[in-house]
Design a protein around this ligand. Structure first.
Ligand code: MV4
Length: 499
């Protein structure tokens, strides 16, 4: 579907929070008007106010609002929006929604629906990649059902192996198997889990790559066959498949490896007829990399790639969607400096990262040189228990990785959130960790480095510091002043803990 040649363009953003604002920022710079859709819980949210128009689409639960395809399509039609940007999560990787947009003559800002569907099947994706000469983890070509046959395959591959749901992804529906006697049970339970979670019980087997790094490549493809890779991103620091810290480039990256992985990612994109922005995920271990999956959406962590390449990925998504050509080619992409993102979440790191929804009573984000904060919150904003608990994405840029770490530590020092618990102490603990500073990362980083013990120390130290500052300043109920926000936050936090 092509964008109409009209001069006034209008985009509906089928998302909420910081990513809705991020997309609208690009629209504003391009002179595109914006339509927000929101749930009852988000009527007063910043993103709904930022938009040129905003419409209520349903109650707070996302199943009745942000996942309600027909309600969203109706708003698009009634407002004359020519295109829908789905953001991340919600409907962003739903091939049915992309198809419905296509049917209604609305541009879906993402790849064609058949590409989303094809990448949704991990077995299909694996086979396509193998054919295109992209390295994949040794494993089965087809779905496995018969446990006797499956054990034979597992023995050939060599234990440990992973049983993965074909319809899975992002870590859902996987099981590690260490020996033949565990195999039959693991197979039937994974199949059952996949069946009830995805309505598709097909599973496949892969060699289990131990303590890998998660490295992904951002790509851009226009509708004229121009496909390029931007930066790589290291996303190994995650907890239960929730990424917490990402950086670009990966500490292990060399120009040679980047070219190899980048070219593999472009081959992936070309093989499947990819159009728009996307990410190709790889596992990296001992000098080898293996295709994992394709994320057919804008990702949370796209900002760090923007910081090291200078490319506005959302702007390019919009331009590609209305049929324009990429204005640059591979040679124009130069990685400059280093960028790190910390996801600031309203959750309690000392209580198993339990969500901490509620009212933000005091708020001041970090600022100054090399800082980018994408958020949808402000003082007085109430974090709803209905949606994910992300407060903001704190990104820094500096010339070198060491300087970026120092800058992130400074930014975390400045960052003030009063009223809800946040994972800022977690980020502080990681930034000062020697293994992190060496760039020694794997997907088991948090457990391998006793990060949670360090988090407890940070929380304690911050509280003590707050108490000291409180007595030094003899502050009681002083308002958080702009310049001394960090200091006063400690004061007021200390007062709260004393009560
Ligand atoms: C793997 C793996 C080890 N070996 N595949 C998890 C998310 C999904 N995209 C694939 N995942 C993994 N696949 C093989 N053959 C380890 C993981 C994995 C992981 C991958 C990326 C980031 C974090 C992870 C945490 C645990 C396991």
């Amino acid at each position: 579907m092509r964008w109409k040649a009209s001069c006034s363009k209008k985009v509906l953003i089928a998302n909420r929070g910081e990513i809705a604002i991020r997309v609208m920022r690009a629209c504003r710079e391009l002179g595109i008007s914006t339509v927000a859709v929101c749930s009852e819980a988000d009527k007063n949210a910043l993103f709904a106010k930022y938009a040129d128009e905003a419409y209520l689409i349903g109650p707070a639960p996302s199943s009745q609002s942000y996942l309600n395809m027909e309600a969203i399509l109706a708003v698009a039609k009634n407002t004359g929006a020519e295109a829908i940007h789905p953001g991340y999560g919600f409907l962003s990787e739903n091939p049915v929604f992309a198809k419905r947009c296509e049917e209604e003559g609305i541009v879906f800002i993402g790849p064609p629906s058949h590409v989303i569907a094809e990448m949704g099947s991990k077995i299909r994706a694996r086979n396509l990649m193998a054919k295109a000469g992209v390295p994949i983890v040794p494993g089965t070509k087809d779905a496995v059902e018969d446990p006797v046959e499956a054990v034979k395959i597992a023995e050939e591959i060599g234990y440990p192996v992973l049983i993965k749901a074909s319809a899975g992804g992002g870590g859902i529906g996987m099981k590690v198997v260490n020996s033949s006697d565990e195999f039959a049970t693991a197979l039937s339970s994974t199949r059952q889990m996949a069946g009830s979670a995805f309505g598709d019980s097909s599973v496949f087997i892969e060699k289990y790559v131990e303590e890998p790094r998660h490295i992904e490549i951002q790509i851009l493809a226009d509708g004229y066959g121009n496909t390029i890779y931007l930066s790589d991103r290291e996303c190994s620091i995650q907890r239960r498949h929730q990424k917490l810290i990402e950086e670009a480039p990966s500490p292990i990256m060399t120009p040679e490896l980047r070219a190899k992985m980048g070219e593999a990612a472009v081959r992936v994109a070309k093989t499947i007829g990819y159009v728009n922005a996307g990410t190709v995920e790889f596992l990296y271990s001992k000098g080898n990399f293996y295709f994992l999956e394709v994320n057919t959406r804008l990702q949370v962590e796209h900002g760090i790639t923007e910081m090291v390449t200078g490319v506005d990925i959302v702007r390019e998504q919009l331009r590609i969607a209305w049929g324009e050509k990429l204005e640059f080619n591979q040679e124009d992409i130069i990685i400059d400096g280093h960028s790190i993102e910390c996801r600031i979440n309203a959750e309690d790191p000392l209580n198993d990262f339990a969500p901490s929804p509620g009212k933000i009573r005091g708020y001041r984000s970090a600022g100054g040189p090399g800082i980018r904060v994408d958020s949808g919150v402000h003082t007085g904003y109430t974090i709803s228990p209905y949606y994910d608990s992300m407060i903001s994405k704190l990104c820094v840029w500096a010339k070198t990785r060491d300087a970026a770490i120092a800058r992130m530590e400074r930014a975390l020092y400045e960052y003030v959130v009063v009223g809800v618990k946040t994972n800022i102490p977690f980020h502080k603990a990681v930034m000062r960790n020697p293994a992190f500073r060496r760039g020694d990362l794997t997907t088991a980083f948090i457990e391998d480095n006793n990060i949670m013990e360090a988090v407890e120390e940070v929380v304690k130290a911050d509280a003590e510091k707050g108490a000291t500052l409180a007595s030094a300043l003899e502050a009681k109920d002083k308002k958080v002043a702009a310049i001394t926000a960090a200091v006063h936050a400690y004061v007021s936090m200390a007062q709260k803990t004393q009560r």
